[in-house]
Ligand binder design. Structure first.
Ligand code: AQP
Length: 332
């Protein structure tokens, strides 16, 4: 059976983009693949985190993944720092990947901003750790949002470089599994910016734990333009905020954007936003409630993560041991 690895950072509250772009997809794939889902806390600290908040966010992400439909009995769910093989393999890969490859990574440029010299080294080598996450399990498929495509390509380059450096066919070249719908949900305040957990404005996103009133309020206040909705996708393309709301509507009810547009063409945003808010509450409301319920039982969540970490380690340990042997390290 093919094996999936994918992760989410505990860098804030889970948002609608994490659900539509990642978690829902994971839940759909869980019966066709062996699944390993990771709360990537080592990645989260590539930007400063408050330790208490990160501990809570780690449990929240686990709760969100489970409430979003991933079965912890059949899938492995754990937090990354409990499996030391990730960091160990990342070091080997730091000695395979080239500076020139990392210099091309757009996420680093976006996240480091203008003060590149002030960015953590970890932020720069983030994609190397990501390659280690995937290859420590010899995962074959990686479901991610569109923004992560470049990192998965780098992971393939690293796997290939390792194999050719040591003249061995050891690591597979994993495939990015990017679903077309909801590949990129944008901020409710700026249709050109990705919806993000770490955006300072809470009004830029719908959190997975938002109740009906907060969801309705955020959609009501979402930025739009003064024109009615168009009847063609081409026209929509020129209007980022309108495009985003149509994308969200279509993703929530799993319909095509064309069909949603044909229903609302010519209507103003007032009408459309009312329907969108109802739909968002209907789909996200029960998931948010289940998340809150799970978060009231932190011991249960911790035990799922511990159990998942043990199972993950059973897979990663022999793979990373073999990689160390290939590199030329003496066995203990
Ligand atoms: N806006 C989005 N649209 C579609 N997919 C998204 N994902 C995140 N935001 C969107 C997908 O969720 C998965 C986990 O992402 P992550 O938490 O590891 O990091 P991220 O992509 O950087 O998510 P955030 O919310 O923007 O976190 P911060 O603010 O901490 O950087 C990935 O598969 C991602 O594609």
């Amino acid at each position: 059976m093919k094996r999936i690895f994918s992760g989410i950072q505990p860098s804030g509250s889970l948002q609608l983009g994490n659900y539509l772009g990642a978690i829902r997809n994971w839940a759909k794939m869980q019966n066709d693949y062996e699944c390993i889902f990771c709360v990537v806390d080592l990645h989260a600290i590539t930007l400063p985190q408050d330790p208490l908040a990160m501990r809570a966010a780690t449990r929240e992400v686990a709760a969100g993944v489970i409430a979003g439909g991933v079965n912890p009995e059949t899938c492995i769910i754990f937090n990354q720092s409990q499996v030391p093989e990730h960091a160990e393999l990342a070091w080997l890969f730091n000695c395979v990947a080239r500076l020139g490859w990392l210099n091309r990574m757009t996420q680093f440029k976006e996240k480091a901003g203008k003060d590149r010299d002030g960015a953590f080294v970890g932020l720069y080598t983030y994609p190397v750790l990501q390659a280690a996450d995937i290859l420590a399990y010899k995962a074959t498929d990686v479901p991610v949002g569109e923004d992560q495509k470049q990192h998965i390509e780098l992971c393939r380059d690293i796997a290939q470089a390792f194999n050719s450096m040591f003249e061995i066919d050891f690591f597979p070249l994993p495939e990015a599994r990017i679903q077309k719908a909801a590949a990129r949900i944008m901020s409710l305040r700026d249709g050109r910016k990705k919806m993000s957990k770490s955006d300072p404005s809470d009004y830029s996103r719908i959190n997975m734990t938002d109740g009906p009133d907060a969801i309705a309020q955020k959609i009501k206040k979402a930025k739009t333009d003064p024109y009615p909705l168009p009847d063609s996708l081409d026209e929509l393309d020129q209007r980022p905020e309108a495009q985003n709301l149509i994308t969200i509507f279509a993703a929530l009810c799993e319909r095509s954007e064309e069909s949603v547009l044909s229903e609302f063409a010519g209507k103003g945003f007032g009408d459309f936003k009312r329907y969108l808010a109802e739909l968002a509450v209907e789909i996200m409301g029960p998931i948010g409630k289940e998340m809150q319920r799970l978060m009231n039982y932190p011991d249960e969540v911790d035990s799922i993560l511990n159990h998942g970490a043990n199972k993950a380690r059973e897979i990663a340990k022999p793979i990373v041991s073999e990689a160390k042997e290939i590199v030329g390290f003496l066995k203990p």
